[in-house]
Ligand binder design. Structure first.
Ligand SMILES: Nc1ncnc2c1ncn2[C@@H]1O[C@H](COP(=O)(O)OP(=O)(O)OP(=O)(O)O)[C@@H](O)[C@H]1O
Length: 294
């Protein structure tokens, strides 16, 4: 639990303005909506399109996605098709570009190359939970979520959402009295509000105890089963192993993109931990991107 240190509370409030303020989240949804290509994402190249099943519905796609910060190339030529009704786990070493990819998918970051397309036929196209969610310190959990709900053009049951993430018992507690894990759960609750078509979560299980972590991955599977595409960056490979697909980022690109079973089989191992090491290596260093000329 937080120690109620006013400095912490102040920092939280200040950061709220810059980072996870409702404005930022709204911007994510708006930008993502603006990115929507009116073309079908099921482009078949002229052939008659088969009726998409929930499993085959592409909700987000990247084509030749590249992101460069100054002279550091972080992602290059990333081609992805993110399916509705499925959880896609994005894994990779520290600095491999997971957050960068997620922010580009959510419309929070303009790619320096390629395109991102997201379908937008839901009241809320994109829900995003940042790696370090922050909220106004003096709001209660219920007030925080109700505030986000009031920004949505959709009927939302705040109590149901709090129960979904396991925060029902602390609905009346102030944000500055929440533990780190509870704040993360509040971030997840904020992201799932309004049933977004694309749900993007950056390390939602980080800092949670094993049972809550398992609950979060289970909840994400339940949410995906109702239709949306769920994309989750994580370092918890046991959680990633429960996803429908695992995307391994390495060297600025996609090193593997398949079912967990296929990723393990291709690597000739029987755990996702071992597959990760086989694909990414066990170098004890962060990935710093590739230096390129300006
Ligand atoms: N705004 C920025 N300006 C410059 N470099 C950036 C910026 N954002 C990210 N980077 C760099 O991009 C690379 C990828 O960062 P990113 O946060 O996407 O990695 P990650 O895989 O999410 O890492 P982690 O697992 O440690 O959270 C890193 O080398 C990081 O330093």
């Amino acid at each position: 639990m937080s120690d109620g240190n006013p400095e912490v509370a102040d920092e939280t409030e200040e950061a709220d303005v810059d980072e996870a303020s409702p404005d930022v989240d709204e911007a994510a949804a708006d930008e993502a909506a603006a990115d929507v290509d009116t073309q079908s994402l099921e482009d078949t190249g002229g052939a008659p399109a088969a009726e998409p099943t929930p499993e085959s519905r592409v909700v987000a796609r990247t084509d030749g996605l590249g992101v460069r910060f100054g002279d550091v190339q972080v992602l290059s030529d990333v081609d992805l098709a993110v399916q509705g009704g499925a959880v896609t786990a994005v894994v990779g070493a520290n600095g491999s570009g997971k957050s960068t990819l997620l922010r580009a998918l959510a419309g929070l970051l303009e790619p320096t190359a390629g395109t991102v397309q997201v379908v937008a036929d839901a009241a809320r196209p994109v829900g995003f939970c940042p790696q370090d969610p922050r909220f106004r310190a003096h709001f209660t959990v219920d007030e925080t979520l109700s505030f986000y709900a009031s920004l949505l053009d959709a009927a939302v049951d705040v109590d149901d959402t709090l129960e979904l993430v396991g925060l029902g018992a602390v609905a009346d507690r102030r944000v500055d009295a929440l533990s780190g894990g509870m704040i993360r759960l509040l971030g997840i609750a904020q992201a799932v509000l309004g049933d977004p078509e694309l749900l993007v979560l950056d390390e939602p299980a980080s800092g949670l105890d094993p049972s809550l972590r398992a609950h979060i991955f289970e909840t994400l599977r339940d949410v995906a089963a109702t239709g949306p595409a769920v994309v989750v960056a994580t370092h918890h490979l046991s959680g990633a192993a429960t996803a429908d697909r695992v995307l391994v980022l390495d060297d600025g690109g996609v090193a593997a993109d398949d079912t967990p079973e296929a990723v393990m089989a291709d690597a000739g191992v029987d755990s996702l931990d071992a597959a990760f090491t086989a694909i990414v290596g066990d170098e004890l260093a962060v990935r710093a991107g590739t230096e390129v000329g300006e």
